[in-house]
Design a protein. Structure first.
Length: 565
């Protein structure tokens, strides 16, 4: 229990906020303070310095804005700002300014966002008229200080929001220079998603005996699923675009950010996804501010559903309808992972964080788990069968919605003549097929090789499924329990790949991709494990078919232990 928090704080009224603020909060639909607001507002009202470790989406903007507005004088405020909020990006400056306007609308608060890319003349005029709160990026704030147009000698409170992001962007010296231009008796507040040594050093130099609070993302109630579902798929780099498409098809996000490492990767992936029928937009440092604004406008309006971005370009973004964050590569630092997934699961809404990891990156996932103290579930890449099942489910749901709406009378002229000639069930099945087949035509023909983790002393699954990153040496051991090994008279010299065998077996028999075990591709032949109970069916089916257009001998491997007498 934080000694700075009064007992029994269950509403904003319990925090003794002024009536104008309570009225604004009520109008916005805020019912009760979030944990970080309960922890931070009381000591900030007492004008104590504060260091808060808080993920994005915990309500920290209101946690520092409400105390600042509470202490705003009613009249005769003068022209110089009483509060300064430093943020890493233009987007965050705009969002924080809007929050101040919403909370302080009945107080007549004068808030000015200051950032690069905006005409400086407009900022100069606003500063001359007088402002109460300045929300600024460090570079543009320092520019105004140098011009003498931003004077900080009356500032009573300074907030460093997302301090770790600002330091990562190279603003450390700018921040220190700005702080030195403010009064020594100011109140200083620092919020950061992570607290690396650099942040602790900054706090030690510029904060006086600060209150320290640490908040994770809002936790789900006992027995409920976590608000952010974190999962990963281990997939070879060559199959990443296809795997991402499969995952997106199954997840069907309202809006998602896909993080890439480089600008080139952003552009290439955006082109690939648009080619697959997604509405994707690129966002990276090579774009002008006007281009960025257009992209964000399309995402927020729903015209685009995917934002493909680099870390630098996406800093400070806050998209209300965002449901998914995808790491196209495993972030090199756990802190980056924390910042990325902090954009979903906000304000009690559920979110999904997905990571595509190459086999060599599995250890990096474990490092992230240790730092975040959250398990990242490694899932199997969706198969063609999974995708077809999902699309059938979407077709069923769409039909169910139409039947509930009961606005189908205009189509009776089509159904009644058919019902006289065919059974009504047959007519319905044909209608479902007609609705389903356009989506089915877009389904990938080949399954993506699954890569299972080797069994070691850590107890992970030891079966290397469908080839993985190499060709497991299956000849030195027998097949897995309940499996038998089949011999195929085609191999690498015929261009055969593990996914070709999986596609042939799953396409010609009742097996799915997940039923097929380890596969080995040799120069002139291939071996594949299938369930013993289905072996004869698979052999018979493939003897009547072809594998990648080639007829192949198919039989049980002669030394299969499951067939020895």
């Amino acid at each position: 229990m934080n000694p700075n928090v009064p007992d029994g704080v269950t509403s904003f009224a319990d925090l003794e906020l002024r009536p104008e603020l309570l009225q604004a909060l009520s109008g916005l639909g805020y019912e009760e303070p979030t944990p970080i607001q309960r922890e931070a507002i009381p000591p900030l009202l007492e004008r104590k310095d504060l260091v808060g470790q808080a993920a994005t989406g915990t309500g920290k903007t209101a946690a520092f804005a409400l105390p600042m507005l509470q202490q705003m004088p009613g009249d005769d405020r003068g022209t110089e700002p009483a509060a300064l909020v430093l943020v890493p990006t233009r987007e965050l400056a705009v969002q924080v300014s809007q929050a101040f306007h919403r909370y302080g609308r009945d107080l007549g608060v004068r808030v000015l966002p200051i950032y690069g890319g905006q005409p400086i003349g407009w900022q100069l005029k606003a500063l001359q008229r007088g402002v109460d709160v300045v929300v600024a990026t460090p570079g543009r704030a320092l520019d105004h200080i140098g011009r003498g147009t931003l004077r900080l000698h009356e500032v009573r409170t300074v907030v460093l929001d997302e301090a770790d992001e600002m330091l990562d962007m190279g603003f450390a010296e700018d921040i220190e220079e700005i702080l030195q231009a403010t009064p020594d008796e100011r109140q200083t507040v620092l919020f950061s998603a992570t607290l690396p040594p650099r942040i602790k050093g900054l706090a030690g130099r510029y904060l006086r005996d600060p209150v320290r609070i640490q908040m994770g993302r809002e936790e789900a109630a006992p027995g409920e699923a976590p608000l952010v579902r974190q999962s990963a798929y281990v997939v070879a780099r060559a199959h990443k675009p296809a795997a991402l498409g499969r995952v997106l098809d199954l997840e069907a996000p309202t809006a998602a950010i896909v993080f890439c490492r480089t600008r080139d990767e952003v552009d290439q992936l955006t082109e690939t996804l648009n080619g697959r029928g997604y509405r994707a937009e690129a966002l990276h440092g090579g774009m002008s501010q006007e281009q960025r604004d257009r992209v964000m406008g399309r995402l927020r309006s729903g015209t685009a559903e995917l934002l493909i971005a680099t870390d630098v370009a996406a800093r400070g973004l806050d998209v209300e309808q965002l449901t998914h964050v995808v790491n196209y590569d495993v972030p090199s630092a756990p802190d980056s992972y924390v910042h990325r997934i902090g954009r979903v699961g906000r304000a009690g809404r559920e979110g999904v964080a997905i990571t595509l990891a190459e086999p060599r990156e599995h250890r990096m996932l474990k490092a992230i788990e240790r730092v975040t103290k959250h398990r990242i579930t490694v899932e199997k890449v969706p198969t063609v069968a999974d995708l077809r099942a999902r699309r059938l489910e979407l077709t069923r749901a769409a039909l169910h919605e139409l039947l509930i709406e009961d606005d189908l009378e205009g189509f009776r002229v089509v159904v009644e003549p058919l019902a006289e000639e065919f059974d009504v069930m047959e007519v319905a099945l044909a209608a479902v097929k007609l609705a389903y087949e356009p989506n089915e035509a877009a389904t990938d023909e080949e399954d993506i090789p699954q890569i299972a983790q080797k069994t070691g002393r850590d107890g992970r699954d030891g079966r290397d499924r469908r080839g993985g990153t190499g060709r497991p040496d299956t000849r030195g051991r027998g097949p897995a329990q309940g499996m038998t090994r089949l011999f195929f008279g085609v191999g690498r010299n015929a261009g055969i790949r593990p996914q070709d065998l999986v596609g042939a077996i799953a396409g010609e028999s009742r097996l799915t991709g997940r039923d097929i075990g380890a596969i080995e591709i040799a120069e002139r032949f291939s071996l594949a494990e299938v369930p013993e109970s289905a072996a004869d069916e698979v052999i018979a089916a493939l003897r009547r078919s072809t594998i990648k257009g080639k007829k192949a001998r198919v039989r049980r491997e002669r030394d299969s232990p499951n067939k020895r007498k």
